[in-house]
Design a binder for this molecule. Structure first.
Ligand code: DO4
Ligand code: MG
Length: 278
């Protein structure tokens, strides 16, 4: 089942059937620990069925209310290798290997809601950064009680030049307006995603694919539950939160995004998130 936030209201999609909910409070809704069961019931009871064509005319918004967006780093070997290379000359090459091996994961605040964009909107690159990449990441929706109730597609837009100059610049490399994209909707499920779930990215420039790559969740070193357990240590999230679980795909060093590029990220079973670079 998928949950969508639109300008016209909240919509659920179950096996090709669309229902518009009478509930309009996103923050209260997504904090229900039994979200899957409740949405299943609402979808059965509702008389407000929508045709697919009517849903497609609605204005899709990023699936977020007041949730903070956090992110985990260096959860895949590919990310560890890329960062090690990038930070070596700044003396930070070793940090990434250490965090990859450590019990404690790397967790950082990625975005407050106003910095998040949704499907078919523009993500941004920083004006003071020369080397910029998308990071395709499975992103989990977590209730205020720490329960994972859904999954969405995330793009952790990053400045590799700022991050590589000094690891202490990480917040500037990661947090800026339009640096985070989520959507199109949220896949609501009680189950863990299968490890074979594919994550794929394509970047097109002037209609030509200039970068593509894929990985699967089986390549991730830590589980979403383990990351959430650390995230909730000594920190509360009154409106719930999103957690991006790290990237397993990093473009080659000579690649940098340009204005006008189209980024498409697909996670099997969840959807495809498309954004153009402003
Ligand atoms: O440590 C730097 C950021 C890592 C990251 O964003 C990732 O691995 O996805
Ligand atoms: Mg990342």
């Amino acid at each position: 089942m998928k949950l969508y936030k639109t300008q016209q209201g909240i919509v659920i999609e179950e096996a090709g059937d669309y229902v518009q909910l009478s509930i309009s409070d996103w923050d209260a809704l997504v904090n229900r620990d039994s979200l899957f069961d409740e949405l299943t019931q609402l979808s059965k009871d509702s008389t407000a069925k929508l045709e697919r064509k009517d849903f497609e005319k609605m204005d899709l918004l990023a699936p977020i209310g007041r949730q903070e967006v956090w992110a985990a780093g260096v959860t895949y070997l590919r990310s560890r290798e890329a960062r090690k290379e990038e930070a070596e000359s700044a003396g930070g090459g070793d940090f990434y290997q250490r965090v990859y091996m450590a019990d404690r994961p790397e967790l950082f605040l990625k975005a407050t809601p106003h910095r998040v964009v949704g499907h078919n909107s523009a993500v941004r690159i920083r004006q003071d950064s020369e080397w910029n990449v998308p990071e395709p990441e499975l992103t989990v929706l977590v209730t205020r009680n720490g329960k994972i109730v859904g999954y969405t597609v995330g793009n952790d837009m990053s400045s590799r030049s700022i991050e590589g100059e000094n690891p202490l610049y990480l917040p500037q490399a990661k947090v800026y307006d339009g640096a985070c994209s989520l959507g199109p909707g949220v896949f609501i499920s009680e189950e863990d995603l299968p490890p074979k779930t594919l994550i794929a990215i394509r970047v097109a420039r002037d209609g030509r694919v200039v970068f593509s790559g894929d990985t699967s969740l089986s390549q991730m070193k830590r589980s979403p539950c383990e990351l959430v357990e650390y995230l909730f240590r000594e920190c509360s999230y009154p409106d719930g939160c999103y957690l991006m679980t790290g990237t397993g795909i990093v473009p080659p060093s000579e690649f940098s995004l340009r204005s006008g590029d189209l980024i498409e990220i697909e996670i099997e079973g969840i959807g495809t998130l498309s954004n153009w670079v402003a």
